[in-house]
Ligand binder design. Sequence first.
Ligand SMILES: Nc1ncnc2c1ncn2[C@@H]1O[C@H](COP(=O)(O)OP(=O)(O)OP(=O)(O)O)[C@@H](O)[C@H]1O
Ligand SMILES: [Mg+2]
Length: 364
Amino acid sequence: MFSLANKPFLGIDIGSYSVKLALLKIGSRGSVELLNFGMISLPPDTIVDGEVENPAAISAAIKNLLKSEKIPNNVKYCAFCVSGQSVIIKKITVPLMSSEDLSESIQQEAEQYIPFDIDEVNVDFQIVKAEGEIPQKGQKPVDSDDRQMEVLLVAAKKDVVFEQAEIIRNAGLKPAVVDLDVLSLENGFEVAYGVAEDDTVALVNIGGTFTNVNIVENGVTAYTRDIPVGGANITETIQKNMGVGFRDAEMMKLGHVEDEASREDLIPHIKSGALEITEELKKTFDMFSRTSDSRVRRIYICGGSSSLEGIDYIIGSELGLTCEILNPFRNMKLGKNFDPEYLEKIAPMAVAAVGLAIRRFEDK
Ligand SMILES: Nc1ncnc2c1ncn2[C@@H]1O[C@H](COP(=O)(O)OP(=O)(O)OP(=O)(O)O)[C@@H](O)[C@H]1O
Ligand SMILES: [Mg+2]
């Protein structure tokens, strides 16, 4: 098969606040080196409530980013992600069978679970848990025909995938792999922390307009949810309560305040935003434990809003769990041109882009 395995490959994460780009190099013994990471802000209203309003602005931003990061002209292939209303992730139960056999029947199987016309979506799956050994292609389970397995069914609307791919093509790149942003978190996590066997961890990406939650059980995504709350809600609260414009409210939130007193004024707004997200996380974890015999043991937060001062403490203490900030660069070799202090600051925003950049090493 035509393989992209040895081509340089970019991970491009298009968010409502900014576009992030990652380029990695994998050593022969599996070591990972960070060659590039960069981000560029998008003008407000480019993506609103998950809908792209201004595709040309995103293509232009990607072009600028490729230039400012000095990405060589021969680096063209990339992985990108889709999210929001256009994707569906659902855990379903199917008879125990090989991956190859399920590949052939998944489209038909998916029809009953998907509220769109099946011809309008791309369908994929991941086996979560199986009752016994997975049989070989074309074979039935050895001891019983009624054995089942849990599968994560993933569907993305073709028109949305096409729209994102077109944005990337217009920036001069070649889109080669598509993922869901909530799933790319798992790959970004594993690059840094390895596969969490015998453990259940929640990866929580607190971005601008969305908080993506991916609960990983024994190294496999077991439950996901996209919560429509993020840092922009906190900026809006500051805007309303302090009587300033969105831009000023954003600057204040990022710590650009004149004095200590103004800083103190912001704390209740940041805290109430963090508590709102925590409340949604609690509901999500409760829903997960109702559908599983496991429960979340640890939380890793990432995304721009995980840098809000004290948010890790609030989430951890409210939910009674360890909560730490996810650093996808943790185990990577870093070139001399990276400023470690800067990298540590922006690391939580890089998780999805890193998870996308690593995708080419899979055979799917
Ligand atoms: N240092 C910081 N402190 C607090 N908030 C920050 C900081 N840096 C960025 N943010 C906030 O993080 C959010 C952007 O995060 P991120 O870049 O992960 O979002 P995105 O991926 O572009 O958006 P989406 O939610 O559409 O995926 C914004 O609300 C921004 O205000
Ligand atoms: Mg994002």
